[in-house]
Structures are given as C-alpha cells and as structure tokens.
Design a binder for this molecule. Structure first.
Ligand code: ADP
Ligand code: GLC
Length: 519
C-alpha cells in the first residue's frame, strides 16, 4: 500500500526472507503522513504500549492506545511502539525496517519496523521473532499461562524505547517525550533514567493490579543496576517490579480517572504501592485524566449493528434486543435484558453477578454474557447458563461485533467491578442506551450519574448490588423514565476532547521543564 512512497534506504520486511540491514539507515525517512509533522510546535512523542486495538487487544488498554494518539495528532506527533506479535507482523499493513538495535545483557538484538496505518498513524514495530512471534495473547499462550520470559520480552520493549529516545538505531526520528503505559512498558523510563537521558517521561497506570513482578536474580539478565533495588527504585518486597520502575523513574504519572487517582493512594486500592503513590501525589506528580470513547460509537451509524437507532427512534434498539436474544439462545421476552461484556477476571466482580443471577431471573430478567479470561470464571459462567436455559446465555470468547450488538440490544449493563481504573464498557453501553448497573468506584463513579444515566452501588456485597438492581427493575417498568434516562446516557459527552487538552498540556509542560532543567 505505501511501499512506493518509502525511500530506498528503508528495507521492506519479508517474513520468509529477512535480508541483512543496509549498513546505513541514517538518512531521514520521509514517509506518508509526513505533512502531519510539519507544525514545528508539535512535540515528538513515543507512545509505548503492549496492545493497540487496530492489531491486537485484550482489553481497554488496546482501545486507548488506538484512540489517544489519533486524538492528539493535530497537536503532537505521537507515534506508537509495540512488539511484533504475529497479529502485528501478519496484518495487511506493510512493515518497513527503519532501524536496528543491538543486544544488551540477555536482551536480544532486534529491528525496528515502521508501519503506516491508512489514516496516517505511525507504528514502530519491535521486530524480534524469538521474543514475540508466538501464537497467543500479548502476554501468554492461549491456555492463559503467561510466557515464562515475559521479563525479557517486555524489558526489550522498554529498552528499545530508551534506545530510540537516545537516538540509537534509528536517528531520523527521536522522541522528545516518552509516554509509557502499564507494567509492560514500565522499564522504558527506568532505562532512560539509568542512561542519564534528559528526555522527559510520562507513565500512565491503566491497572495497578498487574505489576510485572520478577525475582531479584533477574537483574543481570535485564541489565538492571544494583542501586535500582531500593525503596525509591524498582524494589517491591525484595523483588523487581516493572510497574514500580515506571512509577519511580518517570517524570510524571497519570492514571485514567480522577477517582482512581485518589483511590490508589489508599491501602484498599493501592496494591502495596499506596504509600509510594501518596508521596508522588503530595509532590504533585500523580494525576487522573479520564479516557474517552471514539466517534465510531454512534448507534445511528454503527455498521456493526443490523438495526441503527437514535434517541428519536427506539425501534432499532428493540430489534437489536431480539437479535441478541437469538444469538444467546434466549426466549422471546418483554422483560429487561442485562448484558455482561467483560474480561472474566476477579477485578470485574463476576462472582457477584453469579450471586444475583437468580434474583434477576426471578424478577423476569434475562442475562447475555460474553467474555473470556480465567478458566474457573469461564466455567462458572457456563454452569450458570446451564442452570437457566432460555434465561441466561453465555458465549466464551470475544468479538467486537457481538460486543457492540450487546451494548445496543441490552437494557442494562452489569459492571460490579471491585475496582475500575476507568472502564470503557460503561461508556460504550451508555452511548448505546444500555444503562450500567455498576459499583461506585474509580472511573465508574466518574462516568455514571446514579439514578440519571445508570445505577451505582457502594459495597461489593450482594445486598448492595441487589438494591441497585431493584431500582433498575423499577425504572424498566416506567417506560417514560427509562427512555429519559436512555436519552441522557446516550448524549453524555464521552469523547477524547476532554482528555486531549490535559495530555497535550502535560506533554508540553514536561518537555519545557526538562529543557529548563538542562540549561
Ligand atoms: P478492561 O480494560 O479492564 O477490560 P474496559 O471497560 O476499560 O475494561 O475495556 C474493555 C474493552 O475490552 C472494551 O472494548 C470491551 O469490549 C473489550 N473486551 C471486553 N472483554 C474482552 C475480552 N475478553 N477480550 C478482549 N476484549 C474484551
Ligand atoms: C484497564 C482498566 C480499565 C481501563 C483500561 C483503559 O484495563 O481495567 O478500567 O478503562 O485499562 O485505560
């Protein structure tokens, strides 16, 4: 697609015929989309992530990595760095090799490929088949087990970001700021710090519970200096924590909602890092910037839906409900349809939904569940459906089309999360007129107005959950109220505009601060 426009110095990636790199890769690559970078005020930002929804995603991080760089494109030159998993290497977008990085300790050498997505988003792909060319998710095999060498795989990602920031291996585009996401990218700020780079770094926590913790003995393999093993460094109860490395060595930290930013400074939500985070917050180095949702979430135009609808026309919504019932083998019904669209993991409180399922069915409701995750949770969901044939249906797995149809066809979304850094599903559901019944925590608390655009409950208890459900059933019986709430939820201003300005300002401030500090 883009081959003709790329300079001769740039080597095309051919999976079965990897040629040695040309001796010099230095000349500037003037690629498609180059015009986007001509504004001299645009900062060059490297967005380091382990998922991007265009190519591979296991949850909301993938959605954010796809949406945020694009939303920022008019203000900054944001490019993404991601490992070359099969889903990336085998996508329809050609990859051109633009750089080469040497090995370091146990981290193997790799190449940097460049992929230009049709809309101009530039993705740098870390090409290292021995680490990334494996069938499975970004983190493990299809049986759910993590790859045993994840510390090497993601240290390689962090080191590559640091090397790019140092202008190594790929001189033609050198980031002025590195924005690293979650533990897989946590070592990027750390390697940059240990190398004495002045390039500022921003670390965003999407989920504090996943920390990338490894034995201290891994340090030499990862070229982690001895002095990093201290409380102010990446030491975590005698082990190495990639997440803590991101927190300790970045110039600034954000997380994805204001409430979660406060919660993680408390023992209940801090996952052992609350004291550390509280001290960062006191120094003004921790903030919350809420995620948005992209423009494709429009019930009137979404191509995934068989029946489009809007706040002036509910008929399409009813037809979508019929379609979801058919998809999940549910009986025709006039009662409310509840949806679960979720990773099936402890965080999401599915055991609570198991506990209220009988109540929902007794009150005339039905539940459609889609997701995958922990094998025990998957099994519990299958058993639940077997207990309530025609009333509860489960599909283990995930696909975007079914998820969108469920948001469009359901009356309510169940999201009893134990914690929720931001949560996107409740925003998607609201945009499609499905009112969330959710726990009053994190981003759920910030994006759902209790009794107006959904139903919040405070405690992770069946009683608290049931009370919110009972309010949902009452509203369902009052169609005027139901439709009024749907209208309000569908018109909530969830979009990336609200996040773009704070991120853009933060990027600018961090770059300026680091320039001042080095005069
Ligand atoms: P989280 O990132 O914690 O899973 P979010 O609500 O932020 O929660 O984002 C969920 C996103 O992931 C949505 O786009 C949703 O449709 C999608 N999703 C939900 N379950 C799965 C799954 N099992 N596999 C892949 N994506 C999923
Ligand atoms: C994580 C969180 C989720 C958040 C997403 C994107 O997966 O669990 O709450 O919305 O990241 O930031």
């Amino acid at each position: 697609m883009i081959s003709a426009a790329v300079e001769p110095h740039v080597e095309s990636f051919k999976p079965d015929n990897r040629e040695p790199l040309p001796a010099s890769l230095a000349p500037a690559v003037k690629a498609p989309g180059a015009q986007r970078q001509q504004n001299p005020n645009k900062r060059k930002v490297l967005f380091v992530t382990s998922e991007i929804a265009d190519l591979v995603k296991t949850g909301g991080l993938g959605d954010v990595s796809a949406a945020l760089p694009r939303a920022l494109a008019h203000l900054h030159d944001v490019r993404v760095l991601i490992p070359g998993y099969p889903q990336v290497m085998d996508s329809d977008n050609p990859i051109h090799i633009v750089g080469e990085l040497g090995g370091h300790a146990a981290l193997p050498p790799c190449k940097i490929g460049r992929m230009d997505l049709p809309d101009g988003l530039v993705i740098y792909v870390l090409v290292c088949p021995e680490l990334y060319q494996r069938e499975g998710t970004p983190y493990g095999a299809n049986n759910g087990r993590d790859w045993p060498d994840n510390h090497i795989r993601f240290a390689r990602l962090g080191l590559a970001a640091a090397e790019m920031a140092a202008g190594e291996g790929m001189a033609h585009w050198r980031p002025e700021l590195v924005h690293a996401h979650d533990w897989p990218a946590g070592l990027a700020p750390a390697y940059m710090h240990w190398r004495g780079l002045s390039t500022p770094t921003l670390f965003t926590i999407h989920n504090l519970a996943y920390q990338g913790v490894y034995a201290r003995g891994c340090s030499p393999e990862l070229a982690i200096p001895e002095h990093a093993m201290q409380q102010e460094g990446m030491e975590f109860y005698g082990k190495l924590s990639f997440l803590k490395a991101g927190l300790a060595y970045s110039s600034h930290i954000t997380t994805v909602s204001a409430t979660y930013a406060r919660e993680i400074t408390t023992p209940e939500f801090g996952c052992g890092l609350d004291g550390f985070l509280a001290s960062k917050a006191q120094q003004g180095l921790l903030g919350g910037i809420p995620n948005g949702i992209d423009e494709s979430w429009d019930a009137a135009t979404d191509q995934h839906l068989h029946h489009n609808f809007s706040i002036n026309d509910w008929e399409g919504k009813a037809r979508n409900a019929t379609q979801v019932r058919e998809l999940f083998g549910l009986e025709p019904s006039e009662g409310p349809l509840f949806a679960v669209v979720s990773r099936l993991v402890y965080q999401k409180g599915l055991d609570l939904t198991l506990g209220v399922a009988d109540y929902i069915v007794e009150k005339g409701g039905q539940i459609a569940i889609i997701g995958r995750g922990e094998p025990e949770e998957e099994q519990a969901m299958r058993e639940l459906a077997l207990r309530h044939p025609g009333r509860i249906g489960v599909r283990i797995g995930f696909n975007e089309t079914d998820a969108r149809r469920m948001f469009a066809g359901s009356d309510f979304l169940l999201m009893p999360s134990r914690y929720e850094p931001c949560g996107l599903s409740q925003m998607y559901a609201q945009r499609f007129g499905s009112l969330p019944v959710a726990r009053n925590t994190g981003g759920l608390a910030d994006t759902i107005e209790n009794g107006v655009t959904g139903f919040l409950f405070n405690d992770s208890t069946l009683q608290s959950y049931r009370e919110a459900l009972s309010r949902a059933f009452n509203v369902f019986d009052n169609k005027d109220l139901l439709n009024a709430m749907r209208c309000l939820s569908m018109t909530q201003p969830f979009n990336w505009c609200q996040a773009v300005e704070p991120y853009a300002r933060l990027y600018e401030d961090l770059v300026k601060q680091s320039q001042l500090a080095h005069y």
